[in-house]
Design a protein around this ligand. Structure first.
Ligand SMILES: NC(=O)C1=CN([C@@H]2O[C@H](COP(=O)(O)OP(=O)(O)OC[C@H]3O[C@@H](n4cnc5c(N)ncnc54)[C@H](OP(=O)(O)O)[C@@H]3O)[C@@H](O)[C@H]2O)C=CC1
Ligand SMILES: N[C@@H](CC=O)C(=O)O
Ligand code: NA
Length: 336
């Protein structure tokens, strides 16, 4: 199966690393998953016989520009690659823009028009025009998967759509941002100051390209919109979310909360049609009290009653795990 990776930052490189590591597993159980093009803001590397993924990562890390890939690098836009390079699937992992959804929205729609399936981790277009994307995918008869867009490696979207199929999801409450959970954990457990904890999160490759999206709660807001629309049958946008971030939370506030048997977590919640993101006091022994980059989601459903899922919500390899599972789903759907 031939793949184009659009965006070659933390997640794009994570996908390349995972596809390299899992090469034998994939060839044994499915077929070769070949990356025939990689793009970033500088251009692209294109090889219809499949790029050397370790070389692509090395070129990117050494020169910051994928167009410097020897012999196969070129100054060409992602849209031209999507239009002109033969491939089955586009993996869209450019930055999430929560105002316009670009450039991802155009990349995704252009992929559909060129009969390419899409796997994305990008929250922008999903939080702004979910219905349009689903309708366009149907119109061009292509598969659109986005498990990585909410909770990273934590199974949530496909879990609700597949394993909980038939259930009515009555409410969802959880921690859906790894960066803020990492910061709150480091402040609480190690007394680290906010800026140092944020710097560490950036070095881990878990923060957004613009980390204010994490800190101000907008990333969590985008994710609960995606959940509301994709697994609760709503039609919301990010403007429908009441949002508060964690900027005012201090190590002292966490210490005081602990003394009273609580911790403080950034909680996203969908209940009775309302979408809210705010820091909340959480009992120390609550299932919501997960640490570092972990995410957690508590579902209330009509048949399965309460369901709780926990997993790493961010990180290059963890997120690539969700992207790989969507790629395998597409393989099973188109090649069988
Ligand atoms: N980091 C994480 O743990 C998770 C991230 N996500 C989502 O995954 C996506 C990628 O995140 P992440 O890898 O961390 O972000 P980065 O900022 O590390 O990487 C973004 C990449 O997109 C490239 N890019 C920007 N504009 C374009 C364009 N027009 N065409 C092609 N490439 C472009 C950048 O190019 P250049 O290198 O030249 O600047 C960069 O390579 C985001 O939408 C994020 O919300 C989802 C789950 C987890
Ligand atoms: N910045 C996000 C990345 C995953 O969506 C987070 O910290 O959760
Ligand atoms: Na997920």
């Amino acid at each position: 199966m031939d793949i184009i990776i659009v965006g070659f930052g933390a997640i794009g490189k994570g996908v390349a690393k995972v596809l390299h590591e899992k090469k034998e597993y994939l060839e044994k159980n499915y077929e070769e998953f070949r990356v025939v093009a990689i793009t970033d803001s500088s251009g692209a590397a294109v090889d219809e016989n499949g790029l050397d993924l370790l070389k692509a990562i090395e070129v990117k890390e050494k020169t910051r520009k994928i167009k410097n890939y020897p012999e196969k690098g070129k100054e060409i836009s992602s849209i031209d690659v999507i239009r002109n390079v033969e491939a089955d699937v586009v993996v869209e992992v450019t930055p999430s823009n929560l105002e316009t959804g670009e450039p991802a929205k155009t990349h995704i729609l252009e992929s559909f028009k060129n009969k390419k399936h899409v796997v994305t981790a990008n929250k922008g277009p999903l939080a702004l025009c979910y219905k349009e994307l689903i309708e366009e995918a149907k119109k061009y008869n292509v598969i659109f998967r986005h498990e990585a867009s909410v909770g990273g490696a934590m199974p949530i979207i496909n879990l609700a759509k597949e394993t909980l199929a038939g259930n009515k999801i009555l409410s969802i409450k959880g921690i859906l941002n790894g960066t803020t959970n990492y910061i709150l954990t480091k402040m609480e457990k190690e007394g680290l100051d906010f800026e140092t904890a944020l710097k560490e999160a950036k070095e881990l490759g878990i923060a957004e390209t613009d980390p204010t999206q994490d800190i101000e709660g907008l990333d969590t807001a985008a994710k609960i919109v995606i959940l509301a629309n994709s697994i609760m049958g709503m039609n919301k946008t990010i403007k429908d979310v009441k949002v508060k971030g964690i900027k005012r939370i201090t190590p002292e506030a966490l210490f005081l909360a602990n003394k009273r048997g609580y911790t403080i977590k950034l909680i996203g919640q969908i209940k009775d049609g309302y979408l809210i993101v705010e820091p909340m006091l959480v009992p120390i022994d609550s299932p919501l009290n997960v640490k570092r980059t972990l995410n957690v989601a508590m579902f209330e459903t009509d048949l399965a009653k309460e369901v709780v899922v926990v997993g790493r919500g961010a990180g290059p390899i963890e997120t690539a795990s969700a992207i790989l599972s969507d790629l395998i789903h597409i393989y099973n759907s188109i090649k069988k």
